[in-house]
Design a protein around this ligand. Structure first.
Ligand SMILES: *Cc1c(COP(=O)(O)O)cnc(C)c1O
Length: 366
């Protein structure tokens, strides 16, 4: 059996340091807003190359909190529009809605699965205030084109980095290509906690302060409340876990890139399309997607051979019952991706033998 990504194997590989860190927090008697948060925030900001990091409860809250902060700063208001990719984890879109704003869905490019920069300008209206690209599957979104459009139309840029921890484009890490960036440390992400966790990184001190305040009920001084915020704090246990795992993030990402190379070189089947390989450091391969019009057959076939795969994602956000306001939109590229995508096993702990077995099985599919 080849697992898609065994979190148990990953946790074991961090022992005994992981258990020691947890034990340390347990015995400290201090579980929220303490030294572990401070330490992790410092090291993650330094890692991303940003001036600030604020630990929050999860990645979706990180998105909402950035937009809420920007509203308090007078950069945008409720009901303003934010351009987001139509094919993303639905949390991106719900994060915008939870901040009281209107997501505007933009088609991706079939060859990158990331937002198509050529389609952004047509979606801009007087209400548009921000572009929110997602570095989907671990591949950096077209940030230079987005930057140019944003400058021309006076829009803010916010990155959803939930799938791309550590990815580098033109010597700059993701999280450092925008006004503020949201990270999720959901257990299966490239940098994952042992539960829910998230973070906001930014170079604007004011955004960092607002996010910190709004994530703590809207309070900057204990028992004094000037705003209505939410409760979305990173706990000390998760911060300690993340500090341990951050030290290996670059090595883990390099291993993911090696595995991806092996897939790119090995997979040769006319029924199956892989994305054109981009410069390797621009992709940290959170997910290795392949595409075929017989996706469900392929998944069943691989399951029978003991190879676990996942679909990212089976139903596009605009066709979810939760979002009827988008149901009438024509988004054929997004729908094609959702119809054809299958994610192969991907974890820094996969062995070359396991990867080769997957390649062989995929190549024998007919
Ligand atoms: C995982 C993910 C999120 C949400 O993160 P949570 O921590 O689960 O809230 C948001 N956007 C993308 C692209 C994701 O992959």
């Amino acid at each position: 059996m080849i697992p898609y990504c065994s979190l148990q194997r990953i946790s074991e590989s961090f022992e005994p340091e992981l258990s020691k860190a947890i034990d340390h927090v347990t015995k400290s008697g201090w579980y929220l807003q303490g030294k572990e948060n401070e330490l992790f925030e410092q090291s993650f900001a330094q890692y991303c190359g940003t001036n600030h990091c604020v630990g929050v409860g999860n990645g979706m809250d990180a998105i909402s909190l950035i937009l809420m902060a920007m509203q308090h700063m007078g950069w945008m208001q409720q009901d303003d529009e934010v351009i987001v990719p139509a094919n993303t984890c639905i949390a991106t879109i719900i994060g915008v809605l939870r901040a009281g704003m209107t997501p505007i869905l933009c088609e991706p490019l079939l060859t990158t699965c990331n937002i198509d920069p050529e389609r952004i300008e047509a979606l801009i209206t007087p209400r548009t205030k921000a572009i929110l690209p997602v570095h989907l599957y671990g591949r950096v979104a077209p940030m230079e084109a987005i930057e140019q459009i944003a400058k021309k139309h006076h829009l803010r840029v916010i990155e959803d980095c939930a799938q791309a921890h550590g990815a580098i484009y033109k010597n700059k890490r993701v999280g450092n290509w925008s006004d503020a960036a949201a990270f999720s440390f959901y257990p299966s992400k490239n940098l994952g906690a042992l539960g829910d966790a998230g973070g906001v990184v930014t170079n604007h001190p004011e955004i960092a302060t607002w996010v910190r305040t709004l994530a703590n009920y809207g309070s900057s001084t204990k028992y004094v409340y000037d705003y209505v915020g939410i409760n979305s704090r990173l706990d000390e246990m998760q911060a300690a876990v993340l500090s341990v795992k951050l030290k290996r993030l670059d090595a883990d990402n390099r291993r993911r890139q090696e595995i991806a190379k092996r897939y790119f070189e090995g997979i040769k089947n006319p029924l199956i399309r892989v994305l054109p390989p981009s410069a390797i450091e621009e992709n940290v391969f959170h997910i290795f997607p392949i595409f075929t019009h017989r996706r469900d057959d392929l998944q069943l076939y691989l399951t029978e051979l003991g190879i676990q795969t996942i679909i990212h994602y089976p139903i596009p956000p605009h066709l979810q019952r939760a979002l009827p306001q988008f149901a009438q939109q024509s988004l054929p590229i997004t729908e094609q991706i959702h119809r054809e995508e299958l994610s192969l096993p991907m974890s820094p702990l996969l062995s070359n033998e396991e990867v080769d077995k997957v390649v062989e099985a995929v190549n024998h599919f007919h």
